[in-house]
Design a protein around this ligand. Structure first.
Ligand code: ADP
Ligand code: G6P
Length: 465
């Protein structure tokens, strides 16, 4: 079995239990341990000292990391990855802030990563790059003479061709992406968007079996919906911490239900509309007053990008206004927590909530939707209210599917979730649980690696670009 080399912008913390970091880290770390491997990426530090890559051994896993300079961080991470690619790929052209120097910085860091990794590669390694930070990474490796198989998984959506074509450098980006051998995406919609772009805007040919032919190369482009470790999370949700137990008891005494939302404070997550929908539900169904609390956990993220500080202000104003209108001395309708919560507590809170409210305007997959289902008690499960624009909605049709732009519909479905009879809740939960078990983290990883390892033809030497 060849050695696996994972490349991601942020590396997993191998000093801590990966279970604290989620199913993806667990699955990747397991695979690396099993076959031996390398995890390569940014160590999270920003400094102007020129430093060599730092190599650390953790059992059979070699971790190779390097820091970014201030200029790298500002141009590659904030400027292009999160100021252009993130909004563009989430269909938000209005939030794109393009500067050509940021695109140059993005390419420079991808070249820097490639140059730092290259000396550590063995001739039969397989390399797997993760996410939108690394679109041009394979091209940089190929330019240094790398002939190993290289896969890419895009964790975020792939936009419709016309949207992508409205951005600067779209042709170069997609051309660079073609230096990968296998390209994985979350949903059928993403794969179709990508293939439509190729057909409409490039010389690439989409073959009958779905492969993409470009020049002398054939590239596999497939859907691999990402999943989580369902059993581990389910078990974790039952180990209730004392503070959560006290809160559950109090709500039981008061006969009060709980709606939960857990997201990074990102504009793609549809948080303001979610708060409005909760407020609308209280207005439309007055019996819900004091009968339910909405717990929204939303830690800060990427705050140096303007669009993120804007959403923070908007959320504070909105939660303040709903709470101002409805709060009483013994009831605060929205509990808004602006920080991260340990994973075991999160699991217990999901289990203790009668509705999971997951309403992104656009999302690659949304693991929170899966975690909410995994954490439920099958004998008395809560109900998932899920945006039609989350990648997860492609599989999870037994959730109450909502349009996150329609506040009234969200309010009605939220009410329906809170008042749904037990039998229907159990039926929906059973179907959803079966699906998330089928498409779990392991299935995602094994499925992708099988295709990446499958091709035995050597990668032809590519012309330098
Ligand atoms: P994204 O990748 O865009 O952040 P996902 O829903 O796919 O969205 O994954 C988010 C992950 O981060 C989930 O595993 C979720 O449990 C975790 N997470 C989100 N918010 C918090 C928080 N406040 N505290 C702890 N974990 C969080
Ligand atoms: C999403 C992206 C990941 C990213 C994570 C946290 O899940 O798909 O690639 O690592 O958000 O964002 P951050 O910018 O803090 O790495």
């Amino acid at each position: 079995m060849s050695r696996l080399v994972i490349v991601s912008n942020r590396i997993a913390d191998l000093n801590n239990e990966p279970v604290q970091q989620g199913g993806l880290a667990v699955a990747l770390v397991d695979a690396l341990r099993e076959r031996g491997g390398v995890w390569f990426g940014w160590n999270g530090e920003i400094g102007d000292r020129k430093e060599e890559a730092h190599v650390e051994q953790h059992g059979s896993i070699t971790q190779i990391s390097l820091s970014l300079t201030k200029k790298d961080y500002s141009e590659y991470y904030l400027g292009y990855a999160n100021g252009v690619l993130w909004p563009l790929f989430h269909y938000r052209l209005d939030l794109v802030r393009y500067r050509s120097s940021h695109f140059s910085g993005y390419n420079r860091v991808n070249r820097k990563f490639a140059a730092a990794l290259m000396p550590h590669l063995k001739f039969d390694d397989i390399i797997w790059a993760q996410d939108y930070h690394l679109i041009t990474f394979a091209r940089s490796l190929r330019n240094l003479g790398c002939r190993q198989r290289i896969g890419f998984f895009l964790h975020i959506p792939f936009p419709p061709p016309d949207l992508l074509a409205a951005s600067s450098n779209h042709a170069e980006l997609v051309q660079a992406l073609m230096a990968y051998d296998v390209i994985g995406m979350q949903t059928f919609l993403d794969v179709n968007n990508f293939k439509r772009y190729l057909t409409d805007h490039t010389d690439a040919e989409v073959l009958e079996n779905g492969d993409v032919r470009i020049g002398r190369r054939t590239i596999k482009v497939e859907r691999f919906p990402i999943g989580m470790d369902v059993e581990a999370f389910g078990e974790m949700s039952q180990r209730i911490t004392d503070d959560v137990a006290v809160d559950i008891k109090r709500r039981e005494v008061l006969g009060r239900k709980q709606i939960i939302g857990v997201d990074r404070l990102d504009y793609s997550k549809g948080l303001p509309s979610r708060v409005k929908a909760f407020g609308r539900m209280l207005a439309k169904y007055p019996e819900m007053e004091k009968a339910v609390t909405f717990l929204q956990i939303a830690p800060p993220t990427r705050e140096a990008v303007d669009a993120y500080s804007d959403i923070r202000d908007e959320m504070e104003a909105l939660t303040g206004s709903v709470n101002g209108k409805y709060s009483d001395f013994n009831w605060t309708p929205i509990r808004y927590i602006h920080r991260s919560v340990p994973r075991n507590k999160l699991a217990a809170l999901f289990r203790a909530s009668q509705a999971g409210f997951v309403t992104p305007l656009r999302d690659g997959m949304n693991l929170v939707a899966k975690e909410y289902v995994a954490a439920q008690n099958p004998e008395a499960p809560g109900v998932l209210v899920l945006s039609q624009f989350a990648g997860a909605a492609e599989e999870m049709q037994e959730a109450l599917i909502v349009n996150p732009y329609d506040i009234d519909e969200m309010a009605d479905k939220l009410y329906a979730a809170l008042t749904m009879p037990l039998n229907e809740r159990k039926e929906r939960h059973r179907a959803l649980l079966e699906k998330i078990k089928r498409f779990d983290a392991k299935a995602w990883l094994v499925g992708f690696l099988k295709i990446l390892e499958g091709g035995v033809e050597p990668v032809p030497k590519l012309p330098k670009v």
